[in-house]
Design a protein around this ligand. Structure first.
Ligand SMILES: CCCCCCCC/C=C\CCCCCCCC(=O)SCCNC(=O)CCNC(=O)[C@H](O)C(C)(C)COP(=O)(O)OP(=O)(O)OC[C@H]1O[C@@H](n2cnc3c(N)ncnc32)[C@H](O)[C@@H]1OP(=O)(O)O
Length: 201
């Protein structure tokens, strides 16, 4: 055994914003509170309509830099009999936190996601999620989310804290499989989404 056992450690920066972090700013052109955000990519496992077994998570803009979202657990999402798989629940949190990017109008990917599984979530249950951005430091975006069963006042089932990192469009074009990238770039709807994030495809 060696060294201190903090949750972060010197080589693994944690989820606590640094001293120079600032409060997140809602972009002036962000969708209005109550506006559905839609999918950022039709084939996204979290929010896309073209994934038969995806989560089909629907997110809505909230006040400030916050969102709410809903997702109903399907039989295809099971881990144990009749219960949602933990990875699927983490995906729901990740997707909800990721959709905060619409409010910041920034493209960002998950660097770190720390999840607490508080209570099992049965198949058929609707998970109500809320996420908000807590701080920004350069390219680092700090955020937190909670998921409740059955309604916005239901029992807490899952929680997460996350660090997203702002990236350029090249993050996708350099790393994604060329056939999907080509298809995305020739899809006017996808180009519109990229523009909404103020990226020139
Ligand atoms: C036509 C095409 C259309 C395109 C579509 C456009 C619209 C799409 C819109 C939106 C899409 C969003 C999709 C959302 C989906 C849900 C969210 C996900 O699941 S995303 C997938 C999972 N995540 C990844 O795959 C990331 C994989 N990781 C990486 O690529 C890199 O590690 C990356 C980009 C995260 C960072 O790499 P670096 O080289 O850019 O930057 P470095 O210098 O390493 O980090 C910057 C700072 O962040 C800290 N950092 C990085 N990773 C950290 C970590 N894991 N924990 C703590 N700190 C970390 C570092 O310590 C550094 O901090 P210091 O500036 O030095 O203070």
């Amino acid at each position: 055994m060696s060294g201190a056992t903090t949750d972060a450690g010197p080589d693994r920066p944690g989820l606590t914003p640094p001293r120079d972090a600032v409060a997140p700013e809602r972009h002036p052109d962000a969708p209005a509170p109550g506006e559905p955000l839609g999918a950022h990519y039709d084939h996204c496992f979290g929010c896309g309509g073209a994934q038969p077994h995806g989560l089909h998570l629907e997110a809505t803009a909230g006040e400030g830099v916050s969102v709410t979202a809903e997702f109903t657990v399907q039989p295809a999402h099971q881990g144990a009999p009749g219960l949602a798989h933990g990875g699927v629940l983490a995906t729901a949190l990740d997707e909800t936190l990721g959709s905060l990017a619409w409010l910041l109008r920034t493209i960002a990917v998950t660097g770190r996601l720390e999840t607490d599984f508080v209570q099992p979530v049965p198949v058929g249950a609707t998970l109500h999620l809320e996420a908000r951005c807590t701080a920004v430091a350069g390219r680092k975006i700090y955020s937190t989310a909670v998921g409740r069963i059955g309604g916005p006042d239901g029992p807490v089932a899952v929680r997460a804290d996350a660090l997203f990192i702002e990236v350029k469009l090249e993050h996708f074009t350099d790393n994604g499989r060329p056939e999907e990238i080509r298809a995305a770039m020739s899809d006017p709807d996808q180009v519109k989404v990229a523009r909404a994030f103020e990226v020139n495809p």
